[in-house]
Design a protein around this ligand. Sequence first.
Ligand code: NAD
Length: 379
Amino acid sequence: MAVRVAVPKEVAPGEARVASVPEVVQKLVKGGAEVVVEAGAGVRSGYPDALYTGAGARLETDPAALVRGAGIVVRVQPPTIEEIGRLAPGTIVVTTMNASRNLDRVAALREAKVTTFALELLPRITRAQGMDVLSSQATVAGYRATLIGADLCPKFLPMLTTAAGTIRPAKVLVLGAGVAGLMAIATARRLGAIVVAYDVRRAAGEQVRSLGAKFLELEINAEGSGGYARELTASEKAQEQEMLATAVADADIVITTANIPGRRAPLLVRAEMVARMRPGAAIVDLAAETGGNCELTQPGAQIEAHGVKIAGPLNLPSQLPFHASAMYARNVQAFLGLLLDAHGELAPNYQDEILAASLLTKDGTVPHAPTAQALAGGK
Ligand code: NAD
């Protein structure tokens, strides 16, 4: 029997994205699936209901009826306890979970015998690239970060030669050159700024330079397992601080994106470094969600300290919801390709490396070991 895929309206405060867009719905329907969309689910991201019905979806106004009989529920944010209460045992939920921060919901999904795939747990292997929601949403966040910085900055970013004289280009410093950082660099370069970037992974240097930015280098390489960064030693941190203090003081806009998976974000911009910045300079801290790369960042707020504006935005992808949703929906569609057969029927192979790594709950258990341990420890 063809599977029914349900697309709820996201209920998390400030969430404007939707997990499937009409273009993807049309492909799922063509592939044999039945798609039910909650009325209004795409309105905040620029996809009115009529586009979904035009793509072959059925609309449903009642959130409980939406998931009744659904084989798969696709979501952007983790389901709330109330939403989990509506799911029948065996329902498959494909979502981002941030399990370590949502243990109560993981426990509820386990008790409800729901099968949950957490997309942030996907292995970053070539075959999973099309499903990588961390990358697609970090691309959006990096772009938005530069625009926020440009908006806060009292200067032009490009060099201008005008009848009123020559304007020198602004200097943008990007700390952390992963997916978000590289997009922030590319966006700042397109706006004409002089861009300097830093990452503890030396491999990032080549990518930074290829975007026309300068790469700051220390005599260390902190590339850890899986291409991610490892935490620095105390003496490495001191070297890093010295180099960064000079670069931060020289910048008009500092965009920070540094993260270490599973840890608090590294503190890179100390209060005394902010005090040495020019009045009118701006900091956009993309790591606000994981504690912040700047000591003065207040997550979810914009403050001013020493004449410097410091923005700690949360959920930046939701600020560009049309394309963030489109990219997310394509990622989900690629993931559903592992769950469905050629006729749109459920045929998951739980031995598949990608499914095995992202499986968070199933049949009343938590196969993801770190989360199971955290739940057992009552953390
Ligand atoms: P992330 O969000 O975990 O971290 C962002 C960046 O912060 C990383 O580049 C990291 O090196 C950097 N960082 C950590 N500590 C730092 C410090 N003290 N100072 C400066 N920078 C610091 O990482 P991400 O953007 O999700 O990706 C990280 C890596 O994984 C990149 O190399 C990326 O290209 C790679 N990746 C691979 C795939 C794949 O499918 N193969 C997909 C996505 C990303």
